[in-house]
Structure formats: C-alpha cells, structure tokens
Write a protein that binds this ligand. Structure first.
Ligand code: MN
Length: 330
C-alpha cells in the first residue's frame, strides 16, 4: 500500500543516551540487536530511506522509552522534556518537516509544566500530541504516579483544550513489582511485561472517571491494544458481576464504551492478522492504525505483513493512512 502513515517510531538524542545505561536492554536483547537499534535511533537518513523503500509517507516520531518518565528529579525531568523537544525539532523533523512529524516528550512530575510544554510543542514546534511511557517516577525509582491520579488531571485539562491525542507507551513495571518475572528476565519488557503493565494502566484511565470529565480525549494504545480487544469483554462482564461489591470505581460508563469512544490502537510490533481482525471487531475499523515500532521492529517486515493482510481494501486504506490523517488533522 502506498502512502502509509506510522506513529510509534522512536528516536534518541545525545542527552537521552547520556542518562541511561543500555546494559539491561543489551542483556535481554543481545548486543548486536541493541547496537543496531541504538545507531538507528539517532539516524535520520536511513529512516527516510527505509520509509521510501516500504511506501511509508509520514512517520510520527517520538523519544524512546522510558524517557522523561524515569528521571527521578522533577526539575531535571522538566528541563529534559524541553531540551528533548527542541532537539527533536532541530535534528529530526526539520530534516523533512512534511514526512517527519513528532510527539512531544512531557514530564508529568509537574503536571502544570507538562501542560505548558505540550502547548509549546504543539503550537510553536508543530508537534501532534504527546507520547508518555507509562507511570512517572517521582522522587525515587520505586515510586509511581499513574496517569489517572489526581495531580495529573491538570495536564489532561490542557490536553482536552489542545485537542491532541496522547500515545500511552509501555515501560517496565516498578522494580518492586517484578517478582513474577524473577528467573525469567526475557519476560520483563516487550515480550510480555509491557502488555500487562500498559493494559492495566489503560483500564485505570477508563475506571477513573477521566473520560466522563473530558469525553473527547483520545488515547492511542500500542501493540494491537496489548491484549485488550480479547480481554475486554471478560473484564466488563466481571466488573458488572462485582457491582454490589467494590463496584466500577468512579466511571459512569462501561469499559467497552470508553474503549470505543476514547481509544485508538496501533499495529506496532504485533503483525498478526487474526489479532488485527479481533481489534477491528472491538474498536471498529476507524480506530485501528498501522505502525511499526521502528527501530525495534523492521519497516519491511511490518509493511510486508500489512500490505498483504486479508482485510478489505477500504479497511487497509483507513488503517494504513485515512484514520491517522483524520485524527491528526494532517
Ligand atoms: Mn515502542
């Protein structure tokens, strides 16, 4: 398919690279894979060449996980977000402003500052929303602030005013919550742990009442919805059965209603046609979007799968391009 648009495509910066030790990623993924990923995260030319080769017209790029979310010091995180967005603007999107667009980095340690930075990134830098890597560490590596929690609503208020989507991207579970993976280090990240962490975070958002206060918020979920298309009917069924117990939390509507009104999902890193059919069935064909997860995944592999997947051609057009054009007002 020609003219595809992708939106979970990652980059890094020298500032970001100076903060993280890639040792645990290399241990999990192997050195050769991570060396290749790390050089591609910094590269613009190869990215554009691969987009050409695979008929991808536009990529919405974002800083790789965990980014600002795992900086412990709030002031440092706020400063990091501002510098990162400037660097994305100068070193990446400026190279081809039509084909490379971006999601802003924001530091939710200070929701007011995050709101201001998002507004600056959208209005002054032309960014298309924010990508947030799960919970935010505030003060220590084992503390978490989830996006549904009270202080963050100040940020959501601005998101609603700006009418831009937020991409909810995974990160590893809190160190103190990784006991279940002990002895199975391969499961902590993208192979399994990301799905559990991010799907649960999305459900927290649904049950918090956030979408009752701000009914037009749009959240984008990764990796074909991290299992939610399949699990949601059971979640909804069991929550209903619990209505005389702890109940449904602050939410006024069912999780299925929030899912189909406030969420979009992408195919990033999950190139499987039965899963795509299940996602279309739960979300509607207007809320599923093609993406790769470059450079952790290959544009060629993703495109080869998507271009040939057994779906209707008008669905391929929507999922590969039309839905993104509409959502991002491109
Ligand atoms: Mn990703």
């Amino acid at each position: 398919m020609k003219g595809k648009i992708v939106l979970e495509e990652h980059l890094s910066t020298t500032l970001n690279n100076s903060l993280w030790d890639a040792g645990s990623e290399a241990a999990r993924n192997g050195k050769a894979y991570m060396d290749d990923v790390e050089s591609r995260l910094l590269d613009v030319d190869r990215r554009l060449e691969e987009m050409d080769r695979n008929a991808i017209e536009i990529a919405i790029i974002s800083l790789t996980s965990p980014g600002a979310q795992s900086i412990i010091d709030p002031r440092e995180a706020v400063e990091f977000a501002r510098k990162t967005n400037d660097e994305i603007n100068e070193n990446f999107t400026a190279r081809d402003p039509r084909r490379l667009r971006a999601f802003a980095t924001v530091a939710l340690h200070s929701p007011g500052d995050a709101a201001d930075e998002l507004e600056r990134a959208v209005i002054e830098l032309g960014m298309l929303g924010a990508l947030i890597n799960g919970y935010t560490n505030v003060g220590s590596a084992d503390s978490a602030q989830y996006l549904d929690e009270a202080p963050v609503w100040e940020f959501w208020d601005r998101v609603a005013q700006l009418e831009v989507p937020v991409y909810l991207h995974p990160r590893e579970a809190l160190p103190s919550q990784q006991r279940i993976y002990e002895g199975y280090a391969s499961l902590v990240g993208s192979a399994w742990g990301f799905a559990h962490e991010t799907a649960t975070h999305a459900i927290r958002l649904m049950l918090s009442g956030l979408f009752d206060r701000y009914p037009n918020l749009s959240i984008i979920l990764v990796h074909l919805g991290e299992g939610l298309p399949l699990m949601l009917p059971r979640l909804e069924h069991r929550l209903r059965m619990q209505h005389e117990g702890v109940g449904l939390g602050a939410a006024k509507r069912t999780v299925g209603e929030y899912l189909s009104h406030n969420f979009y999902i992408t195919t990033s890193g999950h190139f499987h046609t039965a899963g795509l059919h299940s996602a279309i069935a739960e979300f509607s064909t207007d809320r599923v979007m093609f993406s790769v997860d470059y450079p952790y995944e290959s544009m060629a592999m993703a495109s080869e799968w998507f271009d040939n997947a057994t779906i209707a051609e008008n669905d391929r057009e929507r999922i590969g391009r039309g839905n993104a054009l509409r959502l991002f007002k491109l």
